[in-house]
Write a protein that binds this ligand. Sequence first.
Ligand SMILES: O=C(O)CCC(=O)C(=O)O
Length: 276
Amino acid sequence: MRFPADPARTTLPAAAIAAFNERGYHIQPGVFSTAEVAQLNAAADRVIARDFEKGAPPDGFTGRDGDPLAVIKIDNAWKADATLADAALSPRLGHIAAQLIGAPGIRMWHDQLLDKPAHGGRVITWHQDWAYWQMIAECRTVTCWIALDDVRPDSGPMVFLEGSHKLGIWKLPTGITGDDVQKPAVPADFNGREVPVIIPKGSVSFHHGLTLHGSDRNFSAFRRRAFVSHVMSTECTYRPMQEHMNEFVMQKQPDHPAAGEKFRGPQFPVMWPIAS
Ligand SMILES: O=C(O)CCC(=O)C(=O)O
């Protein structure tokens, strides 16, 4: 494990957990050091170049395919690269996520490696993560978004609608990337601010499964890479009702949950607590 637990840096004060419950997000500075981010970026670029160190491909790979503005999106890169696996499954992320949602343990749902190119990168439309994950019966999920590049106001930062996790669930946007932001029409009396996630590389942004968020194009001369670990409580159960890549993969594995059972099996490794 290249990125071991670091409780001195990942133990949250009660005020941070209360703020997460109120706002729907939490920013944790310096979770990965500059040297660690350099390792992560080398690994990210290997996988983007389709060099799969572990000999297995990721579960999904959306490349540029002739569109220089496209956001590269790679799903479950942890299966292809050992460095990315250690980051996606890091107990640092698991520890913070467990405290934020008050979970006894944390399991990986899936990861995503994102590369938004300089002078381009399509819009990522406003959405809620759990709206895509209705096969997780309980909304006890956290998205851990690791900045691999310094995020600038003009490099297409992720933007949260603060407090929107309390508004309930919205219908899915049409397409997740494109040119159209598709911001949901929130109630007139809702006055949550839009908060851009301007953080240095190595910091991690955590958000609730119902927090509305999206991002604009990258207008800067700098790439905006992120490695995202989407995680859930170890108490979460499987509810077949919506199609997801993870379901197709887990059905092929001998050990996977049936309807109503807690998630388990090799598709969903436990990140926290650390196995003794
Ligand atoms: O990186 C972005 O701009 C959006 C990422 C996102 O939607 C997510 O990680 O849930």
